[in-house]
Design a protein around this ligand. Structure first.
Ligand code: CA
Length: 232
């Protein structure tokens, strides 16, 4: 389930967005100002942030600029919400690092379409689209992992971990990054937890002869290799 942080000071609008997103299957956290938003993102890294431009005190734009400047939050997909339709503001929002921009009032259909488009581009692990690498196929909708006709048995954490790695292949992910992105908790869970689940994941992939796709990068973390189609 994808986590969305909604930062909106107008309670009625925030609640309405939250109800609609929950109805569409998202897990929603609400924040009403920059302080609450920062606390929420410090606790759990969301898959996407809906950020209101005009907030009491510190503005959404200033918050977006800060998050884009920090390693942990740099890649969090961000959609700015605003009542302003002014072209100059739109450019300021995009310059601040927003992936998209939505002018109030907007329909639920439009909001969901924009969220899905940004997630497809920036956080494919948050969507239910099946992924396939080197004959290994993972389908979030059916929760199945298969190598050809062989179904591989994965625990829920190994499934999430594999989903994240398959949607971000070739990149090296540190243990802290994996805790953030897969577990949603980088504070209370120890990094060796990642090693335990990587080991279990390798064991689960072994019957399908695909454990070798999961590479340990010494001193850096883990990577899911994506062999080129020519070599396969
Ligand atoms: Ca506002």
């Amino acid at each position: 389930m994808s986590r969305v942080l909604v930062v909106e000071d107008e309670t009625a609008i925030g609640e309405l967005i939250a109800i609609n997103l929950r109805h569409a299957g998202f897990e929603v956290t609400l924040a009403q100002d920059a302080g609450q938003a920062q606390a929420a993102i410090d606790a759990v890294l969301p898959d996407l942030v809906l950020l209101d431009w005009m907030l009491p005190g510190r503005s959404g734009v200033s918050l977006a600029q800060q998050w884009r400047g920090e390693a942990r939050t740099r890649e969090v997909p961000l959609i700015m919400l605003t009542a302003r339709a002014d072209e100059r503001d739109k450019i300021t929002g995009l310059d601040a690092g927003a992936d998209d921009y939505l002018t109030k009032p907007f329909s639920t259909q439009e909001l969901l379409a924009r969220i899905r488009a940004v997630l497809r581009r920036r956080a494919p692990q948050a969507l239910d689209t099946a992924v396939e690498i080197d004959g290994l196929r993972l389908d979030p909708a059916t929760r199945r992992v298969q190598r050809g006709d062989l179904e591989l048995k994965l625990g829920p954490t190994e499934f999430k971990l594999l989903h994240f790695l398959m949607t971000h292949p070739e990149r090296v992910h540190s243990r802290a990054q994996l805790l953030d992105r897969v577990w949603g908790d980088h504070v209370f869970i120890e990094e060796r937890t990642v090693d335990v689940h990587i080991k279990r994941l390798r064991e689960a992939l072994a019957p399908g002869d695909r454990a070798h796709l999961l590479e340990t990068v010494r001193g850096a973390g883990y990577r899911l290799a994506k062999p080129s189609t020519q070599a396969a």
